[in-house]
Design a binder for this molecule. Structure first.
Ligand code: ZN
Length: 395
């Protein structure tokens, strides 16, 4: 028996191996047991034992291979192991300025059910009530155990307790949002996360930024949120507030006044209101109408949006200079805006960025579309629960 196999029998190492194995299946989907053996670098019998324990916990199922692909020619073909979406779920929510969405997400990232409702007003209690009402309804219909609720909010959030320190576009300051949610769902594990941090995490784990360790996700709506991943880890800062790129000043005194109190912030120049103004629409036009207008824009688009494009590019130049990302993902409303003015955005970005980091950056649209934030909110719960699968799933 090798040292590695001896260690594999110790409780701590076994817990880690179970977590790593389940994480491979959760993020990469069904695969043959032989591939898991290769990925984990353990023996076949150890992996068979670990998979057996996860199967007993209802986290995975093993399917006997029905074709000869993957058959090594010796013995029986390796069974396919797949995560059981119906056995274990989490609830993922997203609070936006005018609506709330909650989804029931199975292990492996399958959305089983979802519900979206308009937010009648922006009071924190209204948002908490709506999120937990939908979450409770979805949990009642859940086919398996529900590990917790992760909710993304467009604001500066404190990881430790879910306090929203500042969400200017909701008008929230120092809101104990985590506690408001917990008080309405007693006993549930609740996690509150910044929306763009959630989007960054989801695109990094499941989307266009997979395999890229240095990523900046920029989520455009009324405000501009951003999530930064450096060296494969989310950049959180001392209190969890790092990466508020929307309030980087890009214009100065001649810019618009921002809800944060400053003038000429990036979000006042490229956010939903700036895009609406550029198209000659009311600043408070609903998001759907604005997206429709962008889709119907015609050849005049680049001219109308040229100022937005310039400011988007100059802000991206700062992002490139500060973080040296390999990839910048433009999500939310920017997913609609960027393709219309990509050459002007890139021109402005390359004009303002240093050559060395600019040579390394790619700009991309999110692969998960509008679901990036919701998936990321789900991952914040999975990440915590799956550190110890046996402990979390046996409970
Ligand atoms: Zn600001």
């Amino acid at each position: 028996m090798s040292v590695r196999e001896t260690l594999a029998g110790s409780p701590d190492v076994r817990r880690t191996n179970l977590a790593v194995l389940l994480r491979h299946l959760h993020l990469d989907g069904p695969m043959r047991r032989a591939e898991l053996t290769d990925r984990l670098g353990l023996t076949r019998s150890t992996v068979a034992d670990l998979v057996g324990e996860l199967a007993r916990l209802g986290a995975v199922e093993q399917l006997v291979a029905d074709n000869r692909a993957g058959h090594t020619g010796r013995g029986r073909p390796s069974p396919v192991v797949r995560p059981c979406a119906l056995g274990t779920q989490v609830l993922a929510g997203e609070v936006q300025v005018d609506q709330v969405e909650v989804a029931l997400v199975g292990l492996g990232g399958t959305v089983l059910r979802r519900d979206r409702r308009p937010l009648p007003d922006r009071a924190p209690t209204t948002a908490a009530e709506l999120v937990t009402t939908i979450a409770t309804e979805l949990a009642a219909k859940a086919p398996g155990r529900v590990l917790g609720l992760g909710v993304a909010v467009p604001g500066v959030t404190r990881d430790a307790d879910g306090n929203v320190r500042f969400a200017p576009n909701l008008g929230w300051r120092d809101v104990t949002f985590g506690r408001l949610l917990e008080s309405r769902m007693p006993g549930a594990h609740v996690q509150v996360v910044n929306d763009a941090d959630a989007g960054a995490l989801a695109e990094h784990l499941r989307g266009v930024a997979r395999g890229c360790g240095d990523v900046v996700f920029v989520e455009g709506d009324v405000g501009i949120g951003s999530g930064v991943i450096i060296g494969g880890q989310p950049l959180v800062g001392a209190g969890g507030y790092a990466g508020e790129l929307g309030h980087m000043v890009v214009v100065g005194r001649e810019g618009q006044r921002c809800r944060c109190g400053s003038v000429g912030c990036w979000e006042t120049e490229i956010g939903r209101q700036a895009v609406a103004r550029a198209l000659g629409l009311r600043a408070d036009v609903p998001r759907n109408s604005l997206v429709e207008a962008l889709h119907a824009i015609g050849p005049d688009g680049p001219r109308l949006l040229s100022q937005v494009a310039r400011h988007l590019g100059s802000g991206l130049a700062n992002v490139v200079n500060i973080f040296n990302p390999g990839l910048i993902v433009l999500g939310g409303l920017l997913r609609e805006v960027y393709p219309l003015v990509s050459s002007e955005v890139r021109h402005s970005m390359f004009a303002g960025a240093l050559a060395a980091p600019a040579e390394q950056v790619r700009l991309a649209l999110p692969e998960l579309g509008d679901d990036a934030v919701l998936f990321g909110a789900a991952e914040t719960v999975w990440r915590r629960a799956l550190i110890d699968p046996a402990g979390a799933l046996a409970a």
